[in-house]
Design a protein around this ligand. Structure first.
Ligand SMILES: [Zn+2]
Length: 229
């Protein structure tokens, strides 16, 4: 009987290893990085507004080369035609969060009902494609100026909304060079042990992909560990 149990255990371990190898990279999962009570330096790279055909695959290639996990907050209506890109994110061990279906502020923030509908549409789209029902959410524009009523509604649905405490300002500075984006990421991360960095992977953000290797190098040199959410 003991031998059978040992064999079963060995088989299960082998199976787990097999799946780990098949799925490629297996990244350590760290949730609530900012809440951790340690001095460990951790950075979470978070990408909003994708997937895009032009920029997201380049970013995924870089993350794969660098062996760095990231978190993608997706726009539901952009998934159509880019299903393989989203599947690749999951296959390569990245986290998926909900951003919005339409990204049209007037529509989604009109009422609690319209916000929840926008979130649910995105959740269903991601779930149907990947089997994952994300639990993390990022308000378009961040939660900073969002009405309490809407923040509570999101929490009541079981979501954790996640903002950022550093950014490369790729959403603000028009036609910024990759070097400028790297400098912005560095200056907004200064003195922070836990960094959630906002980046974008929509179609107009080629410079962000170009800046990414240097951004990763900077955090690595500064002794940060990379985590997804
Ligand atoms: Zn956005």
């Amino acid at each position: 009987m003991k031998r059978n149990t040992d064999l079963l255990l060995a088989f299960m371990l082998a199976l787990a290893l097999f799946f780990a190898l098949c799925t490629g990279k297996v990244y350590a999962k760290t949730v609530n990085v900012l809440a951790e009570e340690t001095d460990r330096k951790v950075v979470c790279l978070t990408f909003d507004d994708g997937p895009s055909s032009l920029v997201t695959p380049v970013i995924l290639d870089i993350l794969e080369d660098e062996q760095v996990p990231a978190t993608f907050f997706l726009v539901g209506r952009q998934i159509e035609g880019r299903e393989e890109i989203v599947k690749r994110m999951v296959r390569e061990g990245h986290s998926i969060g909900i951003h919005t279906f339409t990204h049209e502020y007037e529509k989604i923030y009109a009422s609690k009902e319209s916000l929840l509908k926008d979130i649910e549409l995105t959740r269903r789209k991601i779930d149907a494609l990947t089997g994952i029902s994300p639990k993390i959410y990022r308000f378009p524009g961040g939660s900073f100026s969002i009405r309490e009523e809407l923040k509570s509604a999101v929490k009541e649905q079981g979501y954790t909304y996640i903002d950022w405490n550093a950014c490369c300002r790729d959403g603000e500075i028009k036609n910024a060079s990759p070097d400028r984006l790297v400098q912005e990421a560095i200056s907004t991360s200064k003195e922070k042990n836990k960094v959630i960095l906002l980046l974008h992977d929509s179609t107009t953000h080629k410079a962000t992909a170009d800046a990414l290797p240097s951004i990763i190098s900077y955090y690595r040199e500064q002794g940060y560990a990379f985590s997804k959410l």
